[in-house]
Design a protein around this ligand. Structure first.
Ligand SMILES: Nc1ncnc2c1ncn2[C@@H]1O[C@H](COP(=O)(O)OP(=O)(O)OP(=O)(O)O)[C@@H](O)[C@H]1O
Ligand SMILES: [Mg+2]
Length: 231
């Protein structure tokens, strides 16, 4: 079976400042990692160990400094920004701690937005967005603005927006970090259900009981996979 994610020796060096004040941070220092279709992986590790950096590279929001990455068997090296953006749009769904919903758009229009790049007619975009919101239990909140929703509901809208494109890979960076325990449970239940439906999920979390719900825990330490990379 072709891995959804395959990495060999991936490094990421950030450079900040300029001239004699240039500072280099080696956020990833040689990551080897495989993730197969249908897996639910928790990415854990101390603050600063490179979890978000790795998620950005997995999701094509950023590219490695060195090393090789294949997404769905296709090498990422050498792709242009436009090619990366197209693949990202079609194959990866993101959910972040801070939701990132557009405040002036209703739940329905927030979820429909990514489909604009598919060139679908408006009626079809809205139909798919409605179905995605129904799938996360928000069929009765279509016309609410983000400010009219609870934190857990906002995160469900964000999940619907990630799912509306039917991505190969769902990436979530601390999706329950801003939620109370009841809303967190609902969101985690939703991820459990998505896993049962066969979705491939990678979730960053600090909480051991959240990580325990995944099938596999990948532990990062100092920019390397300390455990669970399964290469
Ligand atoms: N854009 C950037 N420019 C420079 N350095 C960065 C940048 N992003 C991250 N870093 C550095 O890279 C390292 C890894 O950061 P990263 O955000 O991946 O950690 P993390 O494991 O997600 O931490 P947390 O649990 O606190 O979210 C840190 O030392 C951080 O300061
Ligand atoms: Mg982070």
């Amino acid at each position: 079976m072709t891995p959804v994610v395959q990495m060999r020796g991936v490094t990421k060096v950030y450079r900040s400042g300029s001239g004699s004040r240039t500072v280099e941070v080696r956020a990833l220092a040689g990551v080897d990692l495989s993730i197969y279709p249908g897996e639910y992986v928790a990415l854990m590790g101390p603050s600063g160990s490179g979890k978000s950096t790795l998620m950005h590279i997995i999701g094509l929001l950023d590219t490695p400094t060195e090393g090789e990455y294949w997404l769905g068997g296709e090498p990422v090296r050498g792709l242009s920004e436009a090619q990366l953006a197209r693949i990202r749009n079609q194959r990866v769904g993101f959910v972040f701690q801070a939701f990132f919903l557009l405040p002036r758009l209703t739940a329905l229009h927030n979820v429909a937005l990514p489909l604009v790049y598919r060139g679908l007619p408006l009626a079809e975009r809205l139909k798919r967005a409605k179905a995605a919101l129904e799938a996360v239990g928000l069929g009765d909140r279509l016309d609410h603005l983000p400010s009219e929703l609870s934190g857990g509901q906002k995160q469900r809208v964000a999940i619907a927006r990630a799912l509306v494109q039917e991505p190969d890979l769902l990436l979530a960076d601390e999706p329950t970090g801003n939620l109370d325990s009841r809303s967190s449970d609902e969101i985690l239940g939703l991820f459990d259900a998505l896993h049962r439906q066969g979705k491939t999920i990678v979730m960053v979390t600090h909480e051991p009981d959240v990580g325990a719900r995944a099938q596999r825990i990948v532990r990062l330490r100092d920019g390397r996979v300390a455990d669970g990379g399964m290469v």
